[in-house]
Design a protein around this ligand. Sequence first.
Ligand code: ADQ
Length: 489
Amino acid sequence: CERQDGRPFRQRLLVVANRLPVSAVRRGEDSWSLEISAGGLVTALLGVKEFEARWIGWAGVNVPDEIGQKALTKALAEKRCIPVFLDEEIVHQYYNGYCNNILWPLFHYLGLPQEDRLATTRSFQSQFAAFKKANQMFADVVNMHYEEGDVVWCHDYHLMYLPECLKKHNTNMKVGWFLHTPFPSSEIHRTLPSRSELLRSVLAADLVGFHTYDYARHFVSACTRILGFEGTPEGVEDQGRLTRVAAFPIGIDSDRFIRALELPQVREHIKDLKERFSGRKVMLGVDRLDMIKGIPQKILAFEKFLEENPYWRDKVVLLQIAVPTRTDVPEYQKLTSQVHEIVGRINGRFGSLTAVPIHHLDRSLDFHALCALYAVTDVALVTSLRDGMNLVSYEFVACQDAKKGVLILSEFAGAAQSLGAGAILVNPWNITEVAASISQALNMSAEEREKRHQHNFHHVTSHTAQEWAETFVSELNDTVVEAKLRTSK
Ligand code: ADQ
């Protein structure tokens, strides 16, 4: 296999993630249409030139029949994707149950869902069994496609049991695991009935990565306190075997955003938005509509700001773009109505016949529309209650080189570690503090905005997604070489 420039790839990379980066729609018994969904991970790996990457994951659809499975496998192969077929029951127990109902809220310090806490506790064992079964199904597909020398990179909390399954089958496989969410304090992790099994499985990997040093530290202390293993500056050691643990903060493909701002359709969009909101400062929120993003808290803080600053009431607008996720889950439905209710109340209270202070959209925007919005924004508001990193804050900074707007950023987002010196950091639970930070941002001098922006822009453009992926994979290769040297001594 060759790269586009004709040189051979250095290595094959098998990227294993719960979801493949495509959405598949069945068009007939044996025909499928596929659309690449360009998430952060896809763009990160597209930029990695040295490795020939293949994806292994679930296509997000139930395909019970053999004809459909064969056709989908063939169609995906053209996109270098390999499917793992999960049936509805497994998806229900593994994905909706153990992953999204237990691990997701717990890793974000939200506890188990309030309404069905006891039911979740009762179904815990069966959901964990399904979780292990699903992870083994991913492992079986990896084993089928693995060739000696490949690097296997497992992603996220859905696949915490995968490193163990892979190493059990082949101890020589180079396995890395990266977590995209926070890893919580060991006091939170220890409440999980499957706490030890999960840690042991992750430790089967050669390299374990997190977005921040704090998450890595929490993971190491969970291993020392719960398993009694030894924490070392390199990672976690047990009976002479070291698992390397480190922070690899993700980035974005900043050039893609910067280049997009030059496109005629984006410029046109920017012009329209400027006209539409002329005379008003634009504040922006872009989030998945998830509990962790702190959307109600953000809107309440904006209300407090309007309450305390009558001068600004007709001179500022908040655009909140929220992509619905997990719309079949009652807690998410409740969150959506809660947000609608608050937005309606505030617009009724502070709006006029011709203008409202909040524009709330329950949908996804295409890439070009998103870039234009980022570019015209004066103040971006990221108020996550917890967030592994938060790429929206990076994307905003990348699009702000002309305007030099202000980023208000939750101290509980991983991005606070990297963009903290340029952003105004806030505790999203404290709406009085967030309201004051809005006032500070809107009144900030041009010199201070410039200084803060330069700091963030430099970080975002020099710590890219491509660099993140390359660093992780070369560190994984080095870790395996060092481990071999250690054991041969
Ligand atoms: P997410 O929770 O999805 O990711 P984030 O990092 O902000 O959060 O990435 C969201 C992505 O979706 C961004 O690229 C953004 O542009 C896009 N997006 C969000 N709302 C959108 C909208 N309305 N329209 C169009 N696009 C929208 C998880 C973790 C994060 C971690 C990432 C990467 O929860 O903490 O930063 O993985 O590791």
